[in-house]
Design a protein. Sequence first.
Length: 484
Amino acid sequence: MRLVVILYRLLPIALAFWRDHHRWLLFGAPARRTARDHERRAERLVASLAALGPTFVKMAQLFAGRTDLLAPTYAKALATLTDQVPQVPLAEIVRVITEEYGAPPSELFERFDDVPIAAASLGQVHRARHLGEEVVVKVLRPGVESLVAEDIRAAQRIVAVVERWWPNPHVVGTRVVVKEFATRVVEEMDFRLEAAHAVAIRANFADSRNVWVPRVVEPMIRRRALVLEYCPGRRVDRLDDWVREGRVRPERLVRDVMELYAKMMLVHGLFHADPHPGNVHVADDGRIILLDFGMVVRVPLELRRQLVAAIFAAIRRDADALAQSFHALGLVVTGADPEVIRRLAGTLLSVADQRNTTRERVELLADEVVAELYDWPIVLPSHLVYFARTASLIEGLGTHYDAHFNALQFATPIAISLRSRIMQSLYPAGDHPRIDPARVIGAALGAVARVVQRASVEVVEAVRDAVAGATMIAPPSSDTLVKR
């Protein structure tokens, strides 16, 4: 029955996509679609996924950072699903807490707020007071485990059928995302694992004065409920008034967030894998608050070394070595022609070299690369999905506060400042390569982020210009942009 409901919601949208290629479904020239057509369809997609409930809202968050699978219009629309989840009735929350702790909230806490401060796809969060301390109580949505299991089975069946008929890299990539989601979401619904992740990440940042990881109230850890220290702050993308007041410097903010994730990926090897603005806040004193540790992945040493090898190849402009790194990282579809992969590496390197081109040239180059990438046998494997989401978070944050955001300017000093820790983490025996990884990593992170920025910001600007031309809206004045 659930499969029927899912098909009822999503099949009309799938047929609309199919008509983009065949005007009469089975034959005919492609149907012409405007940017506004795609915006309306993206809105319908978001509404349909929200109606399908927590599983599809959570899964959509993974796709929101996958502009290799989705056009920017759809990826941006899916990102709005972060906050679009209805609240669980208080009576249901009380029931779960009573089942987990053996007593209702009125007996466990000195105060328990009836209205939640957050309603996410899998859990709901309420403020409370426990033993004189302000805390938050995270409660798993009632019945979500069985619903997620049923939805995953249905999604896997649908993707399997689609892949059987259309086995292109985008469908394969979709299957990879669904598979990764099926693995991670089971872990995310066990709050005992989330508590362990929070404790470990808090320990990793114990010496960082600008990072605040909430303390877990360990006697209150349960499978479906968890109590943590309350960390007041604002979402990282909702600080415009603080910026205007001078309380927050955008440059420092972006640098701190980049450093936070660089440490997790390259130094600690324990990575917060749910990077979206709702999980990254800023405290009154400027500290970065990291929230929600249900989705955390370990980054093996060998994987980190492979990432660094790819960076070395990119900096040397060595297409052959970069193609080899694609294979080592699991990016290449089985049976792919090595020459095709080498051409892909060369094309990507040429994009990275285009530093001072005009906007028209950048748009043309971006269109050319995206069109070719669609047919090339490259799929982002599951273990790299979350790094792509982090790149999207940082790129979006940077351009939100500065339309002329330069990722290289931020990435290089971060890598240099972390030099000794990166070297020690990647090469604990001291057998590091002669090339300085810290300097190379900084340059490469900037180059990669710059390419991602062009592929998204330029598209957004093109759409904005089209709308402005049609409605005679004047461009924003320079004083609306945050100055460095």
